[in-house]
Write a protein that binds this ligand. Sequence first.
Ligand SMILES: [Zn+2]
Length: 144
Amino acid sequence: MTSLAGHCHCGAIRVELETKRAAADLPLRACQCSFCRRHGALTTSDPAGWLHVEAAPGSVNRYRFGYGQIDFLLCDECGCYVAATLATDAGLMAVLNVTGVGLPGFDGRVPEPMDYDAEGPDERIERRKARWMPAVFVETQPSA
Ligand SMILES: [Zn+2]
């Protein structure tokens, strides 16, 4: 496993993507939904990898829209969209916004445009379970 590390603009939210794949072999998707377009989001995930998200206390805002199935994690301080998470029977799953955390190794890539508008709510859950990656979210404790 190698580890690709990034963080939001201010550094309050830090991420590590553990993967056996090189960054160049990971997917890079440009979701065409209204939220992702506004953020210029380019996302990646490795179903065989892991995403670790470590957030300073109170630094995460969660936003939902549409079917309200997933949480978009936004930094309360700098406003970056970091990742989206889905709670499943098998635990938390996530997709990472490469742009929002400045993940290295993706510069110059042409993203694949993705349009999920035709999907119903059940299809969306199944797609995410298949393509997203297991994730751990930790909020660090404030120093005493
Ligand atoms: Zn931030």
